[in-house]
Design a protein around this ligand. Structure first.
Ligand code: AMP
Length: 191
């Protein structure tokens, strides 16, 4: 069972993906995590994308599709959770083609709905908590980058809601509920 967690930054995609990994043995494929790892390890690609990420812009489709393809062909588990991918229509088409090539398909796209004010607040809180705990704060968790990330989401990623709705794959959940309630809604959808 392969699923997409779709939603703006701060919607709780990573938190819910983690739960599915723990309870179902699914494999989380977060392009954000992959890109951050590439930066830390100092690869050419990591250096190339660092500035773009910190500004809150999307990196090129080519780069993230390449990362996803590499993981899809090497990782094994009880299905993939796409977290933060796809983020553009070109990425969505590429994912469909990759899955078909591997003889697989997409089961469901879970749309995590959250209002904008809550998103900004959650991201600011995430940064504050990290700071208080002496942990590294994401360079893109600042007010200016968050604003750009939201704009990128509305311009480039939100069209995917219509795309997957038209395909009949979309299932919305209320991302404003308590974490446990969101988890329960997702469990109910996945069965
Ligand atoms: P995230 O951890 O999902 O919030 O991603 C952090 C940053 O990584 C984003 O703001 C983008 O700069 C970049 N990124 C992650 N996933 C993608 C993607 N699918 N397409 C383009 N850029 C991405």
């Amino acid at each position: 069972m392969n699923i997409i967690l779709l939603g703006p930054p701060g919607a709780g995609k990573g938190t819910q993906a983690q739960h599915l990994v723990e309870t179902r043995g699914m494999v989380q494929l977060s392009t954000g995590d992959m890109l951050r790892a590439a930066r830390t390890s100092g690869t050419e690609m990591g250096k190339k994308v660092a500035e773009i990420m910190d500004a809150g812009k999307l990196v090129t489709d080519e780069i993230v599709i390449g990362l996803i393809e590499e993981q899809l062909t090497t990782q094994k588990g009880a299905g993939f959770i796409f977290d933060g991918f796809p983020r553009t229509l070109a990425q969505a088409d590429a994912l469909a083609a990759l899955l078909t090539k591997l003889g697989q398909s997409l089961h469901t796209v879970i749309e995590m709905r959250v209002d904008d004010e809550t998103l900004v607040q959650r991201i600011v809180n995430r940064a504050e908590q990290a700071r208080a705990a002496g942990q590294p704060v994401r360079a893109d968790d600042n007010a200016e980058s968050v604003r750009v990330r939201l704009m990128e989401y509305y311009r480039k990623t939100s069209p995917l809601i219509g795309y997957y709705y038209a395909k009949g794959d979309l299932r919305p959940v209320n991302g404003l509920a308590e974490i446990k309630e969101v988890t329960a809604s997702i469990e109910a959808i996945l069965g």
